[in-house]
Design a protein around this ligand. Structure first.
Ligand SMILES: *Cc1c(COP(=O)(O)O)cnc(C)c1O
Length: 411
């Protein structure tokens, strides 16, 4: 089969199913055009107005715009838009501000942290740095007093505050107090919630932390990419922090920036400034709350008992199934989620007790509370009929007809 046919098939899949993996989203048609544009032909190692290649007059303007938009949107004095993605952005921060073997402290993967937050043995963050990790409590929440004790005993050089499967507001103030009391650099990784922060639906970490990393493709709805931002507080701690980050990206870790992505980021950030985006962010959260309420009503257990943001971690054991079996059944019904560990999961990560689902993409299609109620009902039906292929197929048809009423521009 030709790639063009496969792309057409994938476009149809995205149009006709419910994208409920909380890290996924539909970007804007303008962004897709920018990312697929001639900008990808250009090499521009270095930074705007100080490149190692000629012919970058226009690229410089594009990167300047992306940086300016980032500073304006998040209220920071420094931004670098060149990281290829979220994981390289985090790597850059560690390599810029730490020495190999220095100690970092982040949230455990199984508690909702990210691989790059010091996951032991198999990641660069756990191999090239000493890592000590905090966990969530059995109820799914971070215990900040416990975190403080661990920080005092372990004395990490850098603390990561940020999550990939945590349904509650992060208390930046408490993180800051802890980091300051042990003299650690505090990094907020807002990859998942950047859109909520930009839209005013999650508190911003900017006045509390030294450094912020984020992806641009999750709630922010941009192209796959990432940014590193330094706050006033960060520059106060180390006025050379910006220079160190720039150098760690290039020549430290990367070669030429992906200028097509940079343009997509510039467009995305501009779109994130207005009232329309703020309403979108608000709707993501109210949709998530609505769906969480429905699932609780139907007898699912939710980590922390609900959600304050765009996602929920659902324990599906009350229905006598595991998360993987359930995720596969949901896919057959046109509802796309990922299986996920629940806090202190007794089951292994490849067959955990839960699923993770979120509302950024369905909200981008314009769906609201009535649709969340309907989706909740379907999720219940799938749980009760997970091995009934005929039933799953009939739900898939109903999902398809709902999607038809909320089309998304995928041209
Ligand atoms: C998604 C994510 C990343 C990594 O992003 P990639 O673009 O997949 O490398 C890093 N940190 C957090 C918290 C994330 O959710």
């Amino acid at each position: 089969m030709k790639i063009s046919d496969l792309i057409a098939k994938e476009r149809r899949r995205q149009q006709e199913t419910l994208m409920m993996i909380p890290s996924e989203n539909y970007t804007y048609p303008e962004v897709r055009r920018a990312v697929g544009s001639v900008l990808m032909h250009k090499y521009s190692e270095g930074y705007a107005h100080r490149r190692y290649y000629q012919g970058n007059e226009i690229i410089d303007k594009i990167e300047d715009l992306a940086v300016e938009n980032a500073k304006k949107l998040f209220g920071v004095p420094y931004a670098n838009v060149q990281p290829y993605s979220g994981s390289p952005a985090n790597a850059t921060v560690y390599f810029a501000l730490l020495q190999p073997g220095d100690k970092i402290m982040g949230l455990k993967l199984s508690g909702g942290g990210h691989l790059t937050h010091g996951h032991p043995n198999i990641t660069f963050s756990g191999k090239y740095f000493q890592s000590t990790q905090y966990d969530v409590e059995p109820d799914g929440r971070i215990d900040y007093e416990k975190l403080e004790k661990l920080a005092r005993t372990e004395n990490p050089k850098l603390i990561v505050a940020g999550t990939t499967a945590y349904p509650r507001i992060l208390d930046w103030k408490k993180f800051a107090k802890i980091a300051d009391s042990v003299g650690a650099i505090l990094m907020a990784d807002i990859a998942h919630i950047a859109g909520l922060v930009a839209g005013g639906s999650h508190p911003s970490p900017v006045s509390y932390v030294h450094i912020v990393t984020t992806t641009t493709h999750k709630t922010l709805r941009g192209p796959r990419g990432a940014m590193i931002m330094i706050t006033e507080k960060g520059l106060k701690l180390d006025e050379k922090m910006g220079e160190k980050i720039d150098k760690a990206i290039f020549p430290g870790l990367q070669g030429g920036p992906h200028n097509n992505t940079t343009a997509g980021i510039a467009i995305t950030l501009e779109k994130s400034m207005g009232k329309t985006f703020a309403s979108y962010a608000k709707a993501i959260v109210s949709n998530a709350k609505e769906l969480a309420d429905e699932l609780l009503k139907y007898g699912f257990n939710l980590a922390t008992g609900g959600t304050d943001n765009h996602l929920m971690v659902v324990d599906v054991r009350p229905f006598g199934i595991d998360g993987k079996t359930f995720a596969i059944a949901l896919e057959k019904a046109g509802i796309i989620v990922n299986f996920n560990t629940i806090p202190h999961d007794p089951n292994p990560p490849f067959r955990p007790s839960g699923i993770r689902l979120g509302t950024p993409a369905v909200t981008a299609r314009g769906m609201g509370k009535p649709q969340m109620k309907q989706i909740g009902k379907w999720i219940l039906e799938v749980a009760k009929n997970y091995s009934n292929e005929k039933k799953l197929k009939s739900i898939k048809l109903q999902v398809k007809s709902l999607c038809k009423k909320f089309p998304v521009d995928l041209a």
